[in-house]
Design a binder for this molecule. Structure first.
Ligand code: UGA
Length: 445
């Protein structure tokens, strides 16, 4: 099939690249000229395992093309994916201006039957709005081409996006037209060979499914984080409780890891957007508000533990921070717990030596320049370099190389063997027996 994907961000690029890998001809469109030029050279703007090879191979094979001209791409395609950003507005609602602008341009150039697919995470009712906008443009042009709008949300995890796309748990298709449903079924047939993963529902149902999935996962995390603080006060090890409840197949083991809060571009934004949708309809989204509040609080927990141990004024002290990305496997720091922690530490006068296997460049770009200029924050090349002479180490992101470090070397390098573990990576008894003053999330102290 011939496809156009508008937006070469995370979702758009993975979608376009993976469809081209399956043999489809794909145009990836973006307004950012320099991004398009870099993509043509095989330089991808994000860190995503496996993506670079797929982009480069399919570009060379001529199946994957990059352009800033949507009209040219549309002329050759039957399905147009809208995969542009929906950033959070000031009130927490999703800002749809990019989605609507793309819909307008599609309407301005539509000249045959096409399926327009909303791939971006969009509030319930956006499919209808996209349809209206395209119709307005067609009316302005005085033409009448049939088209259908479909909702096809993505469930890709950063760091595992290619794999998630190629081996999805389910493929949600919100469609009210048999013709469009057939096109989508054909497109996704390759990803649904072993058993039927395709679920067809209404457009609004599909839009809501996406938000609900993310909000449910965020709820599991916030719930477990709350339980972990209670465990701490009750002298209970939350890791035992996690295993105990995860064994119930109705609860399951995933997304019940307590930690220092969830981050990323999706959970915080989507929970807020749902809250906004509910409030707009005079509802009180008590659970969702608590999920959000708990997470804000949770991101402050490591800093709280540190000030309980060292006092409110941290001047003269140096801390190692292991991990800056919002989770392992990505260089993305959006809404990362590390940011809240750095503000707390540096704000209280401390100096920080930080190490992350891939997010150093993001940190240099996103964090306050003054921190680097005044050497309040120094990024190190190696995880052990960050430990030299520090008063404590704080583990924020559970990258694999942090799991089994050389504890003797750590003790030799650090001024004092104090560890704050925001991701419960180590065994408290073992840490204490090795002479560490060890703090974790919901495990005693
Ligand atoms: C999330 C969803 O998992 C995807 O299904 C969805 O497609 C995506 O959002 C999206 O809407 O685009 P992602 O943001 O990449 O994917 O990250 P997750 O792996 O879900 O992790 C989110 C956060 O939760 C991370 O900060 C992670 O550290 C935290 N987390 C996760 C916990 O604190 N505890 C857990 O048990 C699991």
């Amino acid at each position: 099939m011939n496809l156009t994907v508008v937006g070469t961000g995370y979702v758009g690029l993975v979608t376009g690249a993976c469809f081209s890998e399956m043999g489809h001809n794909v145009y990836c469109v973006d307004v950012d000229e320099s991004k398009i030029e870099r993509l043509k050279e095989g330089i991808i703007p994000i860190y995503e395992p496996g993506l670079e090879r797929i982009v480069q191979n399919n570009f060379q094979e001529g199946r994957l093309r990059f352009t800033t001209a949507l009209a040219d791409a549309m002329a050759d395609s039957d399905v147009y994916f809208i995969a542009v950003g929906t950033p959070a507005g000031e009130d927490g609602s999703a800002d749809l201006s990019y989605v609507i602008e793309v819909a307008r341009e599609i309407g301005r150039n539509l000249d045959k039957y096409a399926v327009v697919v909303d791939k971006s995470t969009v509030p319930v009712g956006t499919g209808e709005r996209v349809r209206e906008v395209i119709l307005e443009e067609l009316q302005d042009r005085g033409v009448d081409h049939p088209f259908d709008v479909v909702s096809n949300p993505e469930f890709l995890k950063e760091g595992a996006a290619v794999d998630d796309f190629m081996r999805p748990d389910r493929i949600i298709i919100g469609s009210e037209s048999e013709r469009a449903t057939e096109v989508m079924r054909t497109l996704y047939a390759d990803f649904s060979r072993n058993h039927d993963k395709i679920m067809v529902m209404g457009v609004r149902d599909a839009e809501m499914t996406k938000y609900t999935a993310n909000a449910m996962l965020a709820t599991k995390i916030s719930f477990m984080n709350e339980i972990s603080t209670l465990c701490e006060r009750l002298g209970v090890d939350v890791e035992k409780v996690r295993l105990g409840i995860g064994s119930d197949s109705r609860i399951g083991y995933s997304f019940i890891y307590p930690g220092c809060g969830y981050g990323g571009s999706c959970f915080p934004k989507d929970v807020n957007a749902l809250i906004h949708m509910a409030e707009q309809r005079q509802l009180f989204p008590l659970v969702l508000q608590s999920v959000h509040q708990r997470n804000l609080f949770q991101k402050m927990m490591l800093g709280e533990k540190i000030s309980t141990r060292f006092g409110k004024d941290l001047s003269g002290l140096t801390f190692a921070v292991w991990g800056l990305a919002f989770k392992p496997g990505t260089d993305d720091m959006r809404e990362a717990p590390s940011i809240a922690l750095l503000h707390q530490l540096i704000g209280a006068g401390a100096r920080v030596l930080a190490y992350d296997p891939v997010a150093a460049e993001t940190a240099r770009r996103e964090l306050p320049k003054a921190w680097f200029e005044e050497e309040k924050l120094v990024l190190t090349e190696h995880q052990y370099d960050a430990l030299k002479g520090v008063d404590a180490m704080v583990l924020v992101t559970e990258w694999k190389p942090f799991r089994h470090p050389d504890f003797d070397a750590m003790k030799r390098l650090m001024k004092a063997p104090v560890v704050f573990d925001g991701r419960n990576q180590y065994d408290p008894e073992r840490m204490e027996s090795m002479g560490f003053d060890y703090y974790a999330m919901g495990r005693g102290k």
